[in-house]
Design a protein around this ligand. Structure first.
Ligand SMILES: Nc1nc2c(c(=O)[nH]1)N[C@H]1C(S)=C(S)[C@@H](COP(=O)(O)O)O[C@H]1N2
Ligand SMILES: [Mo]
Length: 201
């Protein structure tokens, strides 16, 4: 195995230190979807921030792409046990989306919704401070369809099922409401370092 040395991101200089318990390193990029890949044309694409049932702001593709973009390099961890290091993404940080909507912290929880009907819940704190984005590109290219293109949520510090592909809405909720996999036995939070895979982990 090749050792890369320092990554410049604090914690471990060693790859092994960056792989959570029960995970192994993956060089490829597996595709995992609960159903078929939806075809989402950027001409029809819309992204909505809602507070409860009420839309607070809607962007079309061009409007969304005019928001400030940020590039990040992150390790990702799928609950099926693969981890992939140093993945490179570009997109719009959640705080930059909220700022454009004139919102700060409407509620403490968020439910992300997607074009394929998938959903996943995340506490708002886990989406702020540069921790999460709506990613529009992967490895310097527009996000491939099977990986969630044209746009997906990226929450790399939680298991990858939280990184909702084909995302089209962030809904603020007052309680932490379970999403698709969370309703089907997966952990409500999903911290890979604490191996929060299933409901009672
Ligand atoms: N909309 C949507 N997002 C989704 C899924 C899905 O089925 N639909 N699967 C989740 C799961 S379980 C995983 S592990 C990751 C996989 O992302 P990838 O296919 O880019 O590796 O997407 C997550 N986001
Ligand atoms: Mo997954």
């Amino acid at each position: 195995m090749v050792t890369r040395g320092f990554t410049g991101r604090g914690s471990g200089s060693n790859q092994a230190d960056r792989v959570p318990p029960g995970q192994h390193l993956e060089q490829g990029f597996p595709v995992l979807s609960a159903g078929p890949t939806p075809l989402v044309d950027t001409a029809d694409w819309k992204f909505t921030v809602k507070i409860g049932p009420k839309p607070a702001k809607v962007w079309n593709w061009n409007q969304f792409n005019a928001l400030p973009k940020t590039k990040v390099t992150r390790d990702i961890h799928c609950v099926t046990s693969w981890s992939k290091l140093d993945t490179v993404w570009e997109g719009v940080l959640i705080e930059d989306i909220l700022a454009d909507a004139g919102l700060e912290r409407p509620t403490d929880f968020v439910l992300a919704h997607c074009y394929d009907g998938y959903s996943t819940n995340v506490p708002l704190a886990d989406l702020l401070s540069g921790k999460a984005m709506v990613a529009l590109s992967y490895a310097g290219k527009p996000l491939p369809r099977d990986h969630g293109g044209p746009a997906r949520l990226l929450v790399p510090h939680l298991y990858f099922w939280k990184s909702a592909k084909w995302v089209n809405a962030l809904q603020f909720t007052t309680r932490d409401e379970a999403g698709f996999w969370e309703l089907r036995g997966y952990h409500i939070y999903g911290d890979p370092w604490r191996e929060q895979r299933y409901k009672n982990d």
